[in-house]
Design a protein around this ligand. Sequence first.
Ligand code: ADP
Ligand code: MG
Length: 261
Amino acid sequence: MEAIALRDVHVCYDAFVALDGVDLVVGQGQALGIVGPNGSGKSTLLKSIAGLLQPSSGSLCVLGTSPKSLEPGAIAYVPQVEAVDWSFPATVWDVVAMGRFPRIPFWRRFSRADREIVNHALEAVQMESLAKRHIAHLSGGQQQRVFLARALAQQPRLLLLDEPTTGVDHATEEALRLVVRDLVAQGMPVLMTTHDLDRVTEWFDLLCVMDRHILAFGTPEEVVDSGAYAAIREHTHTHGHLRHDHAPHEGHADHPEVRPI
Ligand code: ADP
Ligand code: MG
């Protein structure tokens, strides 16, 4: 069974078409990297796969069904850190424990086994010593580690990560990568957006370049060798860290011409 299969998926914000005919297939035990300019629909794609946005047309099959038909907790979706209120009164441990909630039926208490799963998740990202810290007092790298630990505690069947490496130090990036590669080795499908194009061969089995639809798709080597990667890379180095995420209806006219491979 394919882990994810999208055919001609369109997603709109009112009249604005954010995804314009996305076709994508990812298998079990594959990590797919998603690159593209700001505003190209990367976050929209992950939210659609997570079942948070409804396509206006096309078919979207996740783990053999529609995202909303899956059991609670089947998909772990880790949003961009900017999308979260870090002043929310919670400790690192609380946030990671929240990953268990979709997995615990309402009649069952938080058990010793749940606590062990949370502790293991914290250990996997080397955050156990900061378990009692308030989340407002974390660095960007520590925030990403907490997010990934919460996703691990959820024990999902699909992991979606939105720019987990943006603004993190090298040690954190490597810690995240090792955790992700370990999950992939166990058969987990992982989709991850990124602006860090330099280490795509170490992170991913597959890479796609998108701008409202998929422009190039293949192994990281194939996509790196294609014009699509180079065009986006140039664009990213020029504009990659400007944040236009919530400026709707921004023009796409300046996006580079890229050739599908
Ligand atoms: P990316 O993650 O690649 O930067 P997004 O998926 O966040 O792109 O956004 C794609 C496009 O949709 C952008 O032009 C953005 O401004 C627009 N957009 C995103 N979220 C909304 C929203 N809630 N309402 C209206 N437009 C949105
Ligand atoms: Mg985004």
